[in-house]
Design a protein around this ligand. Structure first.
Ligand SMILES: C[S@@+](CC[C@H](N)C(=O)[O-])C[C@H]1O[C@@H](n2cnc3c(N)ncnc32)[C@H](O)[C@@H]1O
Length: 205
């Protein structure tokens, strides 16, 4: 089942099971993302997640980061409803398409302070589009974040040398880092990788 076929809450449950069963690195990646945000030491951070799907990362973030203000974005409303119903805190939810132009302002409007400290995404941007599309999202996030803001993208990657067989949005870690640098972040890097995932960041600090 593709996310585009999701209509009911039961569809979301089935989709979540497929992610859990097929991508065994996911718990490790979620723990790593939580640690990266904890290390910032920001009290009461506003964290926006792009493409939340069934909300597994949302749950990890909200259960482990004290005083988090969570904002979740996706373009499939049943994912937003499913996640809102299970979170331990009251999040804000934005239904928007990342290939459009509205979403940065919608995220800003959903922030209680008007500022976003962290933007995170997991296993998703390769589904949104190709390298140009990902580059455009990286640039928009860099502008949206505050001076100390942190962007983290944990996505399925192509291993270096396999580029010829790769699908358009599945980039190598060096390619992600090149796009993050071009987007204007002060510091970029890859903090973790597995056979399936690379976790890359751009920081405005
Ligand atoms: C593979 S799922 C991953 C969901 C979640 N991040 C996780 O790891 O469990 C990909 C998600 O990206 C969302 N998505 C794909 N294209 C999108 C777009 N153009 N705008 C907003 N969300 C999009 C889908 O609705 C889906 O929730």
């Amino acid at each position: 089942m593709s996310f585009r076929d999701i209509q009911t809450q039961n569809d979301v449950r089935l989709y979540q099971k497929r992610l859990t069963d097929n991508y065994l690195d996911r718990p490790e990646i979620m723990n790593h993302i939580v640690q990266q945000i904890e290390q910032l030491g920001t009290e009461n951070p506003t964290v926006a997640e792009l493409c939340i799907g069934p909300g597994q990362l949302a749950e990890s973030l909200c259960n482990n980061i004290p005083k988090i203000d969570y904002i979740g974005l996706d373009f499939i409303q049943p994912f937003l409803d499913f996640t809102a119903a299970k979170l331990s805190v009251d999040g804000e939810f934005v239904c928007a398409d990342l290939t459009g132009t509205e979403w940065p302002n919608l995220l800003k409007g959903a922030s209680k302070t008007g500022q976003i400290d962290v933007i995170v995404s997991m296993q998703s941007l390769h589904d949104v589009g190709d390298a140009d599309q990902i580059a455009s999202i990286y640039t928009k996030c860099q502008s949206l974040l505050g001076e100390e803001g942190l962007f983290i993208n944990a996505d399925l990657i192509t291993q270096e040398g396999d580029e010829a067989n790769a699908r358009p949005g599945r980039l190598t870690v060096p390619h992600h880092l090149e796009l993050l640098q071009a987007a204007g972040y002060t510091t970029t890097g890859c903090t973790h990788r597995t056979a399936q995932f690379g976790v890359c960041f751009g920081s405005n600090k």
